[in-house]
Design a protein around this ligand. Structure first.
Ligand code: HEC
Length: 191
């Protein structure tokens, strides 16, 4: 008791003697504090390689021409894609795609009109004869030439919602109303 009372201190601005100072001063690292136990000296560690964040759906196809061709066969398209309502992707499309591809998907977005970017295709079969939902997903994930990857900006579900809307625009560009053009249905059926 005497030893413990000796630690008391009438000066309220100092802690006095500290027994068991790892309870007083936390041994855990403060944000950005250097850490000698790691070779690079950083306390802020990256997630372990291969970490999958909650809700993330890994995409199996790499950014190669062969994988792009494979993606056209729609292997990664989820079953619920068929049930999606195209209109649900409209707002997202307006936020992420229309400045290049145009509100109607004619390839004439505001950036094309102002010549800030060139070579943006419309979604019609005249410019893109053989795209499928699967290949559109591939391009959203990896980008293609002047189009950068949009993978980090959209969740898994958002990507498919946008693609559903893109294929509605494609049908409209093809003059076919809401129905998907024959070429796309064949590709989907080939699954
Ligand atoms: C910065 C302008 C830009 C934005 C934003 C953009 N794109 Fe593109 N997109 C392009 C360009 C340029 C191409 C042509 C790439 C090529 O083949 O050279 C393209 C091509 C495509 C293609 C056809 C790819 C193929 O298989 O040939 C699809 C599908 C597509 N974009 C969908 C989207 C969707 C969906 C979004 C929104 C999430 C989007 N794009 C946003 C510029 C853009």
């Amino acid at each position: 008791m005497i030893a413990l009372t000796a630690a008391c201190n009438w000066d309220k601005t100092t802690p006095g003697y500290v027994y068991m100072d790892d309870m007083y001063r936390s041994p855990s690292l403060e944000a950005y504090q250097p850490a000698t136990q790691f070779a690079d000296g950083l306390s802020a560690r990256k997630p372990v390689a291969g970490t999958v964040s909650r809700g993330e759906v890994p995409y199996g196809l790499p950014n190669t021409n062969e994988a792009y061709e494979l993606s056209k066969r729609n292997a990664e398209v989820p079953a619920y894609f068929a049930e999606l309502n195209a209109e649900d992707g409209k707002v997202l499309y307006g936020q992420f795609c229309s400045h290049c591809h145009g509100e109607k998907g004619d390839g004439n977005g505001i950036l094309m009109q102002r010549e800030k970017i060139l070579g943006v295709p419309g979604y019609g079969s005249d410019r893109l004869p053989d795209i499928t939902p699967g290949s559109a997903y591939h391009v959203i994930m990896h980008g293609k030439n002047n189009m950068g990857s949009h993978a980090s900006q959209l969740s898994y579900d958002e990507r498919w919602k946008i693609i559903k809307y893109v294929f509605q625009l494609r049908a409209e560009q093809n003059g076919g109303g809401a129905a998907a053009p024959a070429a796309d249905t064949t590709a989907t059926a080939a699954l």
